[in-house]
Structure formats: structure tokens, C-alpha cells
Design a protein around this ligand. Structure first.
Ligand SMILES: C[S@@+](CC[C@H](N)C(=O)[O-])C[C@H]1O[C@@H](n2cnc3c(N)ncnc32)[C@H](O)[C@@H]1O
Length: 285
């Protein structure tokens, strides 16, 4: 299969991912493309932020395919963002990413933040150009952790002080569902940190009675926390469920914006998220 994600092996560190990641990459690429072009004449500065950036390329497991991953997909858009901010914990992965960026995008304004994003969020924030009445700055932030414990809601909350849309991977199948018993135990704080809410268990009995699964409950709680930060309400139907080939749920991609235009772009993006379909984006205001 040949599609717009595909690229070549360059010999640098390339983490392996499952086939299902192609759908995630398609969504990120298509939304970034739409955002970058659609917001170009509406804002003075468009910023792309990747909190769990990875190496920029990934190898599809059990295949020879190498694909662009989120940072390079965002760099490859037609109307590039005015600034890119990449945060990555692993120094070797960060090194591979920065080499790739230097090689193919040496003229682009990129800031690298190496370390745990939950500890380095101030550094990420310092890298966002200053918004003013005369210089309007809008960011698109991709949040793509492996598991719930990698993300503190406080990180999202700090970033939400800015004009920013978020695309968040919620590891509700691969992590939450598998570890439900552990996370439910009273002294476990993983979900509390992820949601930023010590009372997250309070509505569980009601959810159980309504036969809402633990993973759907978490997605709903996360969306409610985003709504407290003035993001538009998101329900399960608005998110994209990514499944393994055996149909077992892996994670949900949820999009949060404060603007109707952001939501409109996300709805259009979902239509074009099939990796086999060539993304044919024509901008309509
Ligand atoms: C799911 S992968 C990222 C994928 C990337 N967005 C892509 O498109 O391939 C998660 C990445 O986040 C990094 N990571 C894990 N915990 C982190 C943390 N607390 N802060 C920053 N990066 C982290 C991992 O090293 C890994 O490269």
C-alpha cells in the first residue's frame, strides 16, 4: 500500500509501531494540514506542539513499511506552521528526531525540549511566541502518550491558558481496560493524575448501573475536565476509536477546541482518516 504517510528508511533510530498507528498518523496529518492552511490568514502565528514527539518516523511492525510520524507529518504540511515545539523524554529518540528535522527542514523554526513533559511544561510554554492584541498566536497541540501515567492533567491545564486546540490519545483500551482493577484500588493515583480530579471515582457506581465501561467512563471524565477549561463538550461519538486487527479497542483520539471552526475541521478530518484514501484537501472557509 502506498500512501501519503510512507517514506524511506534513513538508517536513524525508528521505533516500531502497530499497523493501527497509520490511522492515527492520517488523522494527525489531515488535521495539521487543515489547521495550518485554514488558520494562515486568521492568526499571525500558528504553533505546532508535540508533547510526546517520538523520532519523526516509525516502522510498521511485521512489514517493510516506514512511515512519517507526528512531528514530520506536521512539518510536511503545505502551509507550514510558524513555529514547532517538540518535547521528548528519551534522548536517543530526540537525537534521531533532531537529525531528521535538521536534514529535511533546516530552515524551519523548531524548538526541542528534552525531558519529561510534565516537568518541562514551563520550558514548552516559554517556547510559545507571546500573544498580544497585535500578534495573535494559535497553537495545535498533539498529546500522544503510551499510557495514562505518562500525562498529568496539570500539564494540559497549564497549556490551556493559551489559545490552543488539543488532539489527545486516551489509552483507554490498551491501558485503562487492562489495568482496571489496579487503577480502581483506593491508593492508586494514576487516574487521579491523568484527570486532575481526586473525586473521579464518585460517579463510577452510576456509570456501572448504566453499563458504561470503565474505559468509556474515563474518556467521558477527561472530556468533562476539558469542559471545565472552557473547551467545547465532546462525547464518545466525537472521538475516534482505534482498534487492534482482532477488533480489541486500543485507544481513543479525542479533539478539544474552544472554537466552532476547530470542531468543523476535526469533523472533516475524521471523514478523511482512512489511510488508503488519498487526502484531497481543498480549503473552504
Ligand atoms: C506513543 S510514542 C509517540 C509517538 C509520536 N507522537 C509518533 O507520532 O510516533 C510516545 C513517545 O513519548 C515519549 N515519552 C514517554 N513519556 C514521556 C514524557 N513523560 N514526556 C515526554 N515524552 C515522553 C516516548 O519516549 C515516546 O517516544
Amino acid at each position: 500500500m502506498k500512501n501519503q504517510l510512507q517514506t524511506l528508511d534513513d538508517g536513524l533510530l525508528t521505533p516500531e509501531v502497530g499497523r493501527w498507528s497509520e490511522k492515527k498518523y492520517s488523522l494527525i496529518h489531515n488535521y495539521a494540514e487543515m489547521f495550518a492552511t485554514g488558520m494562515k490568514h486568521k492568526w499571525d502565528c500558528r504553533v505546532y506542539i508535540d508533547l510526546f514527539a517520538g523520532a519523526g518516523k516509525a516502522k510498521i511492525r511485521d512489514s517493510n513499511r516506514i512511515v512519517y510520524a507526528s512531528p514530520l507529518l506536521a512539518l510536511n504540511v503545505r502551509d507550514r506552521f510558524d513555529r514547532y515545539i517538540f518535547c521528548e523524554f528519551d534522548p536517543d529518540i530526540m537525537d534521531a528526531l533532531s537529525q531528521r528535522v535538521r536534514k529535511d527542514h533546516g530552515d524551519v523554526d523548531v524548538k526541542f525540549v528534552q525531558g519529561d513533559v510534565n516537568l518541562k511544561v514551563d520550558e514548552v510554554i516559554k517556547s510559545i511566541p507571546k500573544h498580544s492584541g497585535r500578534f495573535k498566536v494559535l497553537s495545535f497541540c498533539v498529546v500522544d502518550p503510551f499510557k495514562l501515567s505518562s500525562l498529568d492533567f496539570a500539564t494540559i491545564k497549564s497549556l490551556s491558558d493559551f489559545y490552543m486546540d488539543f488532539l489527545v490519545l486516551i489509552a483507554c483500551g490498551m491501558d485503562a481496560q487492562r489495568n482496571e482493577k489496579i487503577y480502581l484500588s483506593q491508593n492508586n493515583t494514576v487516574v487521579e493524575c491523568f484527570l486532575g480530579d481526586p473525586c473521579w471515582r464518585d460517579n463510577l457506581p452510576d456509570a456501572k448501573w448504566k453499563r458504561i465501561s470503565f474505559s468509556d467512563y474515563l474518556v467521558d471524565c477527561f472530556s468533562q475536565e476539558m469542559a471545565k477549561l472552557d473547551y467545547k463538550s465532546v462525547d464518545l461519538m466525537d472521538t475516534v476509536l482505534i482498534r487492534q486487527p482482532n477488533k480489541a479497542p486500543l485507544y481513543r483520539l479525542a479533539f478539544y477546541s474552544r472554537s466552532d471552526l476547530g470542531t468543523k475541521f476535526w469533523n472533516q478530518t475524521k471523514k478523511y482518516s482512512d489511510p488508503q484514501r488519498k487526502f484531497d484537501f481543498t480549503w473552504k472557509a
